[in-house]
Design a binder for this molecule. Structure first.
Ligand code: CAA
Length: 257
């Protein structure tokens, strides 16, 4: 399969399965990735979505350079839109998304990791936007998301020089949330999934939507929208349960309503 989806309790682990090409995304894999993400966005049983790469060397080494070699402007536009569709799904689907970065996350790979809500990296991971070395620029949202996730100065450095960073520097710069030994990445990721699936899916969806407001619009209107999302959760059983559990000194049991 181009893209594997494995269920683990409430988590769906999506694996780009093209290790012979460092999990670089060609059209077949990029379209399949978009389609699987679109399905999972609608799937209430998938409470958390993890993106990772097959094998031990690469998360996703970018868009397929050999495919891109002969693209014209209109084809490149469509190719860019396909990558953007994947990024937008990861960024906006109403549930947490996690990039489990198990090696090279370069170009489009780094960009899709940046579109996820959380990033865990193995100590052997290397991240970067090397497009400048190919005479292009990051085309799947990385120019903007890297600057928002880290700093404008660091994003400009990586985008303009093409320099790759190791996991320790990525952590230091806020490009990833945590680093672990390669052999521990899967368990650390599933542990995070378990922590997230124990929470109210409604509250997670609204919280993600509220934090994403900072990506757009006018600050005052965004604060008003956050206030609306906050208030709406008080119509849910999960809010009653979460607060009752606190008062009764027990663990909450969220039901997603
Ligand atoms: N596209 C197509 N094929 C790729 C690829 C890519 N992005 N990355 C790796 N591969 C292929 C290699 O061509 C090679 O194939 P062959 O065996 O047929 O020669 C195979 O994967 C193994 O790769 P290497 O032999 O190069 O492995 P390595 O360990 O020496 O190096 C690497 C690994 C550092 C990741 C190196 O492969 C590399 O630099 N890859 C390209 C990274 C890159 O520039 N990514 C950005 C792409 S542009 C982009 O993504 C645009 C965008 O914004 C959407």
């Amino acid at each position: 399969m181009a893209i594997d989806v494995e269920r683990n309790d409430g988590a769906a682990v999506v694996t780009v399965n093209r290790p012979e090409a460092m999990n670089a995304l060609d059209v077949e894999h990029a379209e399949a990735l978009r389609d699987r993400l679109a399905e999972l966005a609608q799937d209430a049983d998938a409470r958390v979505v993890v993106l990772t790469g097959a094998g031990e060397k690469a998360f996703i080494a970018g868009a397929d350079i050999k495919y891109m070699q002969s693209l014209g402007v209109l084809e490149a536009r469509r190719w860019g839109e396909l990558g953007h569709a994947c990024g937008e799904l990861l960024e906006t689907m109403p549930k947490p998304t996690i990039a489990a970065i198990n090696g090279f996350a370069l170009g489009g790979g780094c960009e899709l990791a940046l579109a996820c809500d959380l990033r865990l990296a193995s100590a052997n991971a290397r991240l970067g936007q090397p497009e400048i070395n190919l005479g292009i620029l990051p085309g799947w949202g990385g120019s903007l998301r890297l600057a928002r996730t880290t700093t404008l100065g660091f994003a400009k450095e990586l985008v303009l020089t093409g320099r790759q960073v190791d996991a320790a520097e990525a952590l230091d710069r806020g490009l990833v949330n945590a680093v672990c030994e390669p052999g521990d990445l899967r368990e650390r990721t599933l542990e995070l999934c378990r922590a997230l699936t124990a929470k109210s899916p409604l509250a997670l969806a609204y919280a993600k939507e509220a934090v994403n407001l900072s990506l757009q619009g006018e600050h005052g209107a965004n604060l008003a929208a956050e206030a609306r999302l906050f208030a709406m959760l008080f119509a849910s059983e999960d809010q009653q349960e979460g607060m009752a559990a606190f008062a009764e000194k027990r663990q909450p049991e969220f039901r997603g309503r």
